[in-house]
Design a protein around this ligand. Sequence first.
Ligand SMILES: Cc1ncc(COP(=O)(O)O)c(C=O)c1O
Length: 397
Amino acid sequence: MLRCRTEPLVQRIYLDHNATTPLHPDVLDVMTKVLREDFGNPSSVHHFGQKAKSVIDQARSAVAALLGGDPSEIVFTSGGTESDNFAIRGVAEALERSGRRHLIATAIEHEAVLNTLKALAKRGWTTTLLPVDQSGVVSPDALRDALTDQTAIVSVMHANNEIGTIQPIAELARLAHDRGALFHTDAVQTAGKIALDVKALGVDLASISAHKFYGPKGVGAIWIRRGLRLLPLMSGGKHERSRRAGTENVAGIAGMGEAATRARGKMADEALRLTALRDRLEDAVLRAVPGTAVNGARAARVANTTNISFDRIEAESLLIALDLEGVAVSTGSACSSGTLEPSHVLKAMGFPAHRTQNSIRFSLGAANTEAEIDRVVAILPTVVEKLRNLTRVPVRA
Ligand SMILES: Cc1ncc(COP(=O)(O)O)c(C=O)c1O
C-alpha cells in the first residue's frame, strides 16, 4: 500500500506582514496576463514593444497616485533596498564635487540605509546617526544639531519595520531644507498602509517596495522630485529616463501597479480594521501574560504592527515555539553564528540588553481575522509559561 508522509494538520496564522505579504489574486492575474501576452521589450518601437510600454505607463500612474506624485517622477527598481541605495548613493555622488560630503540617518533605519551609509563612510563621507527616544521617535532638535553646511542628504524612515512608529517627516524635511540638504524617506512600511503624500511631507525622495503591499517581490520604486539630479547606480541603456538601466521587469511592474491601485482604494477602511485587531491582540497579551510590555509609541504607529517584549524569554525560542503551534511572527534580533544579536532598533531606544533580545513583532494583514487573533491569544500564555519554566527565573517587575 502506498503511504505518504503528510505534515500534521495545523491551522497556520500568518502575522509577519512587515516581512512580506502574500500576492493578491488580482495582482497575480494581471501579472499572468502580462507574462503571457505582453512579452514585448518596452524599448521596441513596434506594436509588441509599445504594448509593454503602455503596461508600464499605466503602472507608473498607479504608483504615482499612491504617493501623491507625478508619473514622470517615478523610477521602477528591484525593491526597497535598491531604492534606498539609489537615493543615498545617487545624491551623495551627484553632490560630491560641491563639498557636501556629510550624510545623516537615524540609528533605527533598515540595513538598506545603514549599510549604505557605512559603505560611503569607507569612501570618505562623514556620517551621523541620529538617536531616538524610548518610544522610537527621532527629535527635530537632534536633527537640527546634526545638520551642517556640508550635509548632502538626510534619510529618515517614514515608519519603522520592527515597531511601526511613524516619524515626524514633514518637520524633519523642513529642517534639512533650511540647511540646504536634501531629504529622503524610506516609506517601505507605510506605502499602502497609510495615506502617503510626498508633496505634503515635503521630501525630495521616497522609497517603496511592492511586496509589502500584496505585490510581487523584486520590484519597487523611488519617487524623485522633479528636477532633482542623482547619479544612476548602474550604467547601461536609457531606460527609466536614463535613471535605471536595464530592460524593465514588465510583469513585476504591472503587479506593483495593480497592488498600488488596490491598496489606495481600501487603505482607510483596512487601517481601521487592523487597528481594532492589533489592539485586541495587544490588550489581551498584556492582560494574560505577566512580564509583557509594548515597545514603541502606541499612538503614532502603523495600524498593523505591535512589538511586545516578554520578560525572561529569548525571542528566537518564542518564535520557534509559536511556529510549532502554527503562528508565524518575527523578531528584530538576528541569530548569527549561534548567538542572538540584539535588535538595533530596541538598542537605539535605550532598552537594557535583555529587552533587546526578548521582543516579538506581530504584523497583521488582509487575511487575518478576529478568530485568528483569539486563537493566538489563547495559545500564547501557555507557550510563554512553558518556556519560562525551562529557565525558572522569576519574572522581572
Ligand atoms: C523599512 C524597510 N526598508 C527597506 C526594506 C527593503 O525592501 P526590499 O525587501 O524590497 O529590498 C524593507 C524590507 O524589509 C523595510 O522594511
